[in-house]
Write a protein that binds this ligand. Sequence first.
Ligand SMILES: Cc1ncc(C[n+]2csc(CCOP(=O)(O)OP(=O)(O)O)c2C)c(N)n1
Ligand SMILES: [Mg+2]
Length: 775
Amino acid sequence: MIDQANRREKIDGVKVGGHQASSASMVSIMTALYCSVLRPEDRIAVKPHASPVFHALHYLAGNQTREKLENFRGYGGAQSYPSRTKDVDDVDFSTGSVGLGVGITAFASIVQDYVHSKGWAAAGKPKGRMIALVGDAELDEGNIYECLQEGWKHDLRNTWWVIDYNRQSLDGIVREGLYDRIETVFKAFGWEVVTLKYGVLQRAAFDEPGGSELKSWIDACPNQLYSALIFQGGAAWRKRLMDEIGDQGEVTALIERRNDKDLAALMENLGGHCLQSLTETFNGIEHDRPTVFIAYTVKGWGTPLAGHKDNHAGLMTEAQMDTFRKKMNIRRGREWDLAEGLDLSDAELARFMAETRFFEDGRRRYTSSIVTVSADAAPTPANAGETISTQAAFGKVLDAIAKTDTKLAERIVTTSPDVTVSTNLGPWVNRRQLFASRELADTFRDERVPSAQKWTFTPEGQHIELGIAEMNLFLMLGAMGLSHSLFGERLIPIGTVYDPFVSRGLDALNYACYQDARFMIVGTPSGVTLAPEGGAHQSIAAPLIGMSQDGLASFEPAYADELAVIMAWAFDYMQRDGEGDPDERTWLRDETGGAVYLRLSTRQLEQPRRTRDTAFERGVVDGAYWLREPGPNCDVVIAYQGTVANEAIAAAGMLADMRRDIGVLAVTSADRLNAGWQAAMRARARGVEGATGHIERLLVPIPRHAALVTVIDGHPATLSWLGGVIGHRTHSLGVEHFGQTGTVADLYRHYGLDAANIAQVAASLTPGRKFIHAA
Ligand SMILES: Cc1ncc(C[n+]2csc(CCOP(=O)(O)OP(=O)(O)O)c2C)c(N)n1
Ligand SMILES: [Mg+2]
């Protein structure tokens, strides 16, 4: 597959690549698992660089097409790294960014325990094992250890990590003694450690006279040397072994009983390449404790690349491929024939694959019915004139839902990395309790110590409390957000995080979105508005992250009624799975659904007096509405997103008698406005006349001479593109540098987000009287 891909095209000067050595390293482990050990309920994350092996096994089972294999790494072909969303062959977890595929299996197992504990239909099905096939260098990724610790807290079960211990990474050979570290770490977190070091040939040889000397030599051999000898082959093995232990009589005879080829085969017969050892070991596990298998392997096993330290991206030459083909009994031109190279007929092979337990049930993608979200699912949590922050409003919306016995309330599950209380999830958790597979009382409550938090852990609980590790948060949301597909039970997951620390889990967020997981992430508090907390807690880039992240619809409401509208919409949006044309009103592809990001604030704002009618709700969801409609002779529009609403409105007031017909545009989602505009432009370029994005419809009536001033507590580029929609002159205010500590007023003044500065900028952009800043 890889060879074909690299011969196919080198047209644009970019090599196609693929990982022959990494695949060869894993081929025996995967054969043992897929053809003997796995059951349909098991879920597997395959090491990214073993993607060709995965596709090949599914090809044998009839789940992958020859066309896609021939087009491996090509447009529309089998994917370079297994992809849930793009591959057709039943990928359970996408992989690619090393470490994340490993971590998500642990969280998927906790989610499996969660859905089995609720008395839903899933409880009637067998639990599967969540299995990661891991490259040994992946173990350098910190997220692995973060999730080991979290797993221990949650009594992790049914999780297997199989380490392809070839002692090679991309750049070289792993450190000597790594094995001991791995074993110690895993045991410390309560894992079983199973080592697959010697294959049956080796074990038989160890029983021969002189065998124990050979075993001692193997055990003491440094990783680099073992790899180098494997690369050099039988003659080199013989010379080395004879030089080092050959004078010991019995061991000499042991070596001399074998020709070079057999000696090489013996030395390469590591546990991770011995089907018999692998199947016996895997099938022999009869408990559900988390287990790590350290399977000794050879990177490039069976190929001329075997063992060479530079083999990671190595590709066999045409001549090497020819030799390899002959060795494997593959006739030229018959490479894609299913039974080629085997001692089986096509029919016998087909029968074997059909009887293989893992493939028996066909594709294992489940669905789960949609949870209906009623129009009043999320009631507006504050009255006109009241002051409340969007973060507090979020807590109240959830609390109101928690009081109901709706399906929505049943399926919501919350999670947070030790910021549950400080992000306002407290009331929800008090009502719905924390999840644990076993009951755990709240000692403070039992001891009658008054506390606002009533924290009881029970299998019925609906909040999963995590330690402070944002990678874990996003991996957990990823696993929860795939529950309908993995376990047939839909969850509506909501996670909270301090907004700046979204960046801490960013690759796991991207990973969750790449797999099309469905969740709501709430980043709060946010921006410099959490003023006294200082620059290390203030998020600047978050709105741009929200805009640029595929699969994530981002919102930053200013008011409680907006938030309620967005949440009710989001609960439905998170469950959509449609296809088809974009909505002609907005040009957004809303029918496909996705995950949702809410950027919220702790700053209290006085709530406006208005009714929550359809037009208002539509504007909020589409991304913007006129808070103050501009008149026909408009000179200035002030567009804001989020909690700087107050300053925008005040600035408009200051300018009222200096500029005509000022408009104030409330932007609830720069992300959706931008996406709709881009899509409408693309449609027009394709000849769809009249395609119009929501923001175009809003800005078209504004006279061309008018100026736009945009304001956000975040990077100004979030809204600066508004000037490009029609061509209005634009000045964008926001935050570009790390913040200070201070009051909100101090910091807004520092960054020019205050009303006077907004007014001054607006006045300077337009002809007419200058604005004199009173301060
Ligand atoms: C997060 C991340 N960083 C870097 C890479 C690039 N990369 C791909 S494979 C690899 C090393 C793989 O070594 P190992 O896990 O031992 O697998 P092997 O190829 O030996 O089977 C690296 C650094 C990546 N895919 N993801
Ligand atoms: Mg390796």
